[in-house]
Design a protein around this ligand. Structure first.
Ligand SMILES: Cc1cc2nc3c(=O)[nH]c(=O)nc-3n(C[C@H](O)[C@H](O)[C@H](O)COP(=O)(O)OP(=O)(O)OC[C@H]3O[C@@H](n4cnc5c(N)ncnc54)[C@H](O)[C@@H]3O)c2cc1C
Ligand code: FES
Length: 279
């Protein structure tokens, strides 16, 4: 069950993995995610579908190795299996009727931005993608974006090793200020989404963000993923993950993401000591 049928390393810490999941594959829409467990005793982690085939019965996701569970996941090989996976979860991203859209994908957020940008182009939107990373070798999916029928693909790196030097907010500001876009979809680290929303607020450009709070059950029962939007508590797993970026309380989101930092660090260190893989 949930056999790994594909694995590809995209950068030092980022992997693409495909698993056999015919019942899930038949229902997915862009922006939705699954919650998986690597093994029976493992924690549940959410990952967004990056690609899928209903005909062939597989789903793919792209993940960055950041802690214990993503380390374990990166050690699975083709032929191994996940303990379980549930999905598709979350409200699909709105992809039609948005006019001229800028999709911003930062870091591993590009994995979520890719199926969203693809679905928007299929729905007839005029899509500009701003793809950002700290440095050139952390840019992922560039070739995949290049073959989409985009209006433009803009590459940005913090150190200028590929594309424009700087942050994704610089080209975003130019597009918003020139009136070239009607909507923005920003996906990446919370701090990036916060500054994208700050940038577009000035020009009154509606901005959707894809939030990534800690999730446990993914069904709206545990409350782990609660976020404040316009002063109202919402559950990202069932009400989101997409929300109006101009209404999200990003400070609260970021402080809640850090609640278990110490425990996460210890769990990862212990796992690495036990598996002796040093990665
Ligand atoms: C809806 C959604 C979609 C996501 N899609 C992707 C994706 O496509 N690719 C990707 O690389 N990452 C994605 N993430 C983040 C991913 O779930 C975390 O990186 C992963 O859970 C880290 O687990 P860990 O044990 O390896 O790291 P840990 O050391 O446990 O944690 C590292 C950091 O990851 C976050 N995190 C930890 N546990 C969870 C959890 N149960 N739920 C959410 N975040 C957690 C926290 O911010 C934490 O500080 C998504 C998160 C959400 C909420
Ligand atoms: S993850 Fe439990 S309520 Fe959303």
């Amino acid at each position: 069950m949930f056999e790994v049928v594909h694995k590809r390393q995209l950068s030092d810490a980022v992997f693409e993995m495909g698993v056999r999941a015919p019942r899930i594959a038949g229902k997915i829409r862009a922006g939705q995610f699954l919650i998986l467990r690597v093994d029976e005793k493992g924690e549940r982690i959410p990952l967004t579908f990056s690609d899928w085939s209903a005909e062939e019965g597989w789903v793919r996701f792209i993940f960055m190795r950041v802690g214990k569970t993503t380390h374990k996941l990166s050690h699975l090989e083709v032929g191994d299996s996940l303990a379980d996976a549930v999905g598709p979860l979350g409200v699909p991203t709105r992809v039609d009727g948005l006019g001229r859209v800028a999709v911003v994908g930062g870091g591993v957020g590009a994995a979520v931005a890719y199926p969203v940008a693809r679905a928007m182009t299929e729905a007839g939107s005029d899509v500009t993608v701003i793809l950002g990373a700290r440095t050139a070798n952390l840019l992922i999916l560039r070739e995949e974006f290049e073959v989409l029928p985009l209006h433009e693909l803009l590459i940005v790196t913090d150190d200028g090793s590929a594309g424009e030097k700087g942050l994704v907010t610089a080209p975003l500001k130019r597009l918003a200020a020139s009136g070239a876009i009607d909507h923005v979809m920003a996906i990446g680290p919370a701090i990036m989404m916060k500054f994208c929303a700050e940038t577009t607020r000035e020009f009154d450009v509606p901005t959707t963000v894809s939030l990534n709070p800690i999730m446990v059950d993914g069904t709206g029962m545990c409350g782990a993923c609660r976020v404040s939007v316009d002063g109202v508590t919402r559950f990202a797993c069932v009400d989101g993950p997409d929300f109006d970026g101009h209404a999200v309380d990003f400070e609260e989101l970021m402080s809640r993401q850090r609640v278990y930092t110490e425990e996460e660090r210890e769990a990862d260190a212990e796992y690495l000591r036990e598996c002796e893989c040093h990665r």
